[in-house]
Design a protein around this ligand. Structure first.
Ligand code: PGA
Length: 248
């Protein structure tokens, strides 16, 4: 089943998040073709969890602190997320990497999420400069190998990867479905290289993210190798998101 992940980033207040969660719950009532995951802000998470309770919508987090508990001012820990019923956690989003998150920390977070029984969504993707220089594949492969370092074969099956070219995020300039598809095939190959189960059953789904909207969502979802979408801005507008779900 394809996965559609809504990353609300810091676009919405608590009240707006509750209102949107209510709307999404209503119009996805009969959607069975997709797994839909909402990633609200930490502040909105508890209330959104109440709204989606009993529906097929799942709760996701935008980030996490990998240390168990303790003196980590301002951070949000794994136990809190688990208590709220979070099932998916974004790790290594480029907006966090931009603030100094290293591959090593991304790997720590990913392993901590797995250990807590949740599923990490490992975000990878190159800058425009790298894409232009023809080195995108190597760059993404390095991010994958570093992010998945020393993850057990069993745990690997619970990982989700999101390919999000940085230059396509929030710019209104998405990758072409053809190029995205080629990168997804490449990512499949890298995963096959590090995995004994060879990802035959697509146990590691690969999502595309970066300026997905109602117009292009269907084309991306039909592109070979694309197992779902990670959507930012367009997922925060109720009608746009509804169109995406329907067009998909
Ligand atoms: P966007 O963001 O859909 O607004 O481009 C995608 C993301 O960062 O996950």
């Amino acid at each position: 089943m394809k996965l559609i992940v809504a990353n609300w980033k810091m676009y919405l207040t608590l009240r707006e998040s509750i209102a949107l969660a209510n709307k999404v719950t209503r119009y996805t009532l009969h959607v069975t073709r997709y797994t839909i995951v909402l990633c609200p802000s930490f502040v909105a998470m508890e209330e959104v969890a109440k709204v989606i309770k009993g529906t097929q919508i799942k709760l996701g987090a935008q980030d996490v602190e990998p240390e168990k508990r303790g003196a980590y001012t301002g951070e949000v820990g794994l136990d809190d997320l688990r208590e709220l019923g979070v099932e998916y956690v974004l790790v290594g989003h480029s907006e966090r990497r931009r603030m100094g998150e290293t591959d090593k920390l991304v790997n720590q977070k990913l392993k901590a999420v797995l250990k807590s029984g949740m599923r990490p969504i490992l975000c990878v993707g190159e800058s425009w400069k790298i894409r232009r220089s023809g080195k995108a594949r190597g760059y993404v492969a390095d991010q994958l190998r570093a992010g998945l370092k020393s993850v057990t074969q069993k745990d690997l099956k619970r990982v989700v990867v999101a390919y999000e070219p940085i230059w396509a995020i929030g710019t209104g300039r998405p990758d072409t479905p053809k190029d995205a598809s080629e990168m997804h095939m490449w990512i499949q190959k890298i995963i096959r290289d590090i995995s004994i189960f060879a990802n035959k059953n697509r146990d590691v789904p690969i999502l595309y993210g970066g300026s997905v909207n109602a117009k292009n969502a269907g084309t991306f979802l039909r592109a070979p190798g694309v197992d779902g979408l990670l959507i930012g801005r367009a997922s925060t507008q109720a009608t746009e998101f509804a169109h995406i779900i329907r067009s998909a």
